[in-house]
Design a protein around this ligand. Structure first.
Ligand SMILES: [Zn+2]
Length: 165
């Protein structure tokens, strides 16, 4: 098996959908719950796992986190962690997973994936289905969007924690 030619072009940023989409409030897969300096995070609509969020790097096209400068990397990972912390606070998972894969779309992004007591494969990486399952009920999804946005609005990722007066 070999990687398709098209993958090499995508890795260079040619035809990259994540570069092309800009910074929308909503994309094909989800609603934005966080707009950071380094990334946008989208709660995913499909029903594979409640709270499943994709955090997409919003600088120039890079395929690997190793292409970031130290400052860029620090900002990116701090914001990824802020997203993870909000999911922990709101949804109380048993474990959080942070998957940096990019094997089909090689533009830096992180799958922020909560794992619950009731989980499709405890003890193993999350079994992403080949085809996305149907969306979650819209009311439930919107409730999670609101709760996660609120949790993220109070996070410290964007500025140093204020000292008490
Ligand atoms: Zn890109």
């Amino acid at each position: 098996m070999e990687w398709p030619e098209s993958f090499y072009a995508l890795r260079r940023g040619e035809g990259c959908a994540m570069c092309a989409e800009g910074r929308p409030e909503e994309n094909e897969f989800g609603l934005r719950i966080f707009k950071g300096k380094a990334l946008d995070a989208y709660l995913q609509r499909d029903g594979r796992q409640r709270g499943y969020t994709i955090a997409t790097w919003r600088g120039r096209h890079v395929a690997e986190p190793t292409e970031l400068s130290a400052d860029e990397a620090a900002q990116y990972w701090l914001e990824v962690l802020a997203v993870g912390r909000a999911i922990e606070t709101v949804l109380r998972p048993v474990k959080m997973n942070y998957e940096v894969l990019g094997n089909s779309l090689p533009h830096l992004h992180t799958h922020v994936m909560p794992r619950y007591a009731d989980d499709p494969r405890p003890g193993w990486p999350f079994p992403h289905p080949e085809h996305p399952p149907p969306p979650q009920p819209e009311d439930d999804f919107r409730r999670d969007v609101d709760a996660l946005r609120s949790a993220l609005a109070g996070d410290v990722a964007e500025s140093p924690r204020r000292q008490p007066a």
